[in-house]
Structure formats: structure tokens, C-alpha cells
Design a protein around this ligand. Sequence first.
Ligand code: 6PG
Length: 239
Amino acid sequence: MHNSSPIEVHADSEALAAGVVARLLAYANQVVNVHGRFTIALSGGKTPRRCYELLKDASAEWSLWHVYFCDERCLPAGHPERNDVLAKSVWLDRVAIPAGQVHSIPAHLGPERAAERYEPQVAHVDSFDLVLLGLGEDGHTASLFPENLALNSRAWVVPVHDAPKPPPERVTLGLRTLNRARRKWFLVTGSDKAQALNAIWRGAPLPAARVHGAQWHVDRAAWEVRKGVILPGAEDNAS
Ligand code: 6PG
């Protein structure tokens, strides 16, 4: 990532969620007006939850939204820790998006079979209008973890083993797929993300930094301590 990449600093996580949702709705509307459909890939974790809650009460052309996932944890269908369960329970099941337009990753089949089944669906989309991404404390994004084999795959959808964040088996969109998206937005909140964010901003080759041309929505807690300690291996080239 380059230091010149766009970054928007929000006062706190609540302001970030409100700002991101407003931009998301405006962008989706614009895309729908031009293309008659809007394709988005979602992430899991704690950070996007508030956005999903706000989207539940928003008005949009839901029937034209097509929802995919950036990654999924290999857990049984309906498991409370699955990323699709979070998004469905707080948002997708409560708006008028046709169920057939919510494309869960069949991660209960295990990494290889699930990736194989999801691949044609993602290839069919070709380029997502938007991917919503999170940042892990170790610099991972989606289920692309530092030094994990999945990072080097050229596949659209990639099986993941040995993930340090549980569960160890996952499925993720490949870097190539994320990079093809028309827009990539990272949502990063809280001081526990400051070190990774700082390292990326200073040029550390962490997985999230390999998503190019992204827009970073961060809150002050994640951003204000950017002059603090940096991860080993990161170049300290910030002024
Ligand atoms: C997952 C993710 C993952 C997440 C980051 C940040 O399955 O957990 O999709 O990439 O976005 O780990 O997670 P938090 O928002 O919980 O910090």
C-alpha cells in the first residue's frame, strides 16, 4: 500500500458505521442506476456488525443487490460464528433481498470442496462492485493470513488451512479476486488495530497491504497512535 492511499478518519466506531453506510447506500444506488444490479462481498468479524445493523433499517433497491462473502469459517451451516450467520441475522434476513441473491460460501463442506463450489459463482460476477474488508491485528484480511499458502494462490476462491484465527480451516476470496473489485473498503476500529495499521502505512508487506487501491475507513483509536511501535519488518519511512 502507498502512503497516498485514501484514508478517512472517523471520530469513533459509531461515526464510522454511519459514514460508511451513507456512502455505501449512495454508491449502490449509483451502480444500480447504471447497471441495474449491485454486487457486494462482505466480511465477518466484529467491525462490520454496526454497519449491518444500520443497513437493516435503510431504504435501498434491495431486490437488485447480490451479496457474496469475502471469506467464511469452516463450521456447520447456521453456526453462530459463521460470517454469513452474522450478516443474515442482523441485516440480510430483515430486508427484501431475495434469498437466492445471498450467496453463502458452503464452508461446511470443508475448505477444498467449498472453494470449488464457490469458484464458479465468483467467476460469474467477474468484478465485485464493492468488497468490504476488515483488518486483523496480524495484518490479515478476509482469510488471507501472513505467511499462509493461500496468499500466493491465483484462484478466485482459495481453501485455507492453519489459520491462526480460529477456526483454522476457512475459505477466502483470493487476492486476485479482491484486487479486481471496483471498490475495496477497509473498516478498521479500535486501538488493538493501531499497530497493524501503522505497519501497513509504513510499507510492511502484510496481506491487507496487498489489496491495492483500497479506501481505508478508520476510527481515531486505530489511527491516532500510528506513530507508535511498528511491527518487525516494517520500514519506518513515515514522517
Ligand atoms: C473473519 C474475517 C476477518 C475479519 C478480521 C477483523 O472471518 O474473521 O472476515 O478477516 O474481517 O479478522 O475482524 P474483527 O472485525 O473481529 O476485528
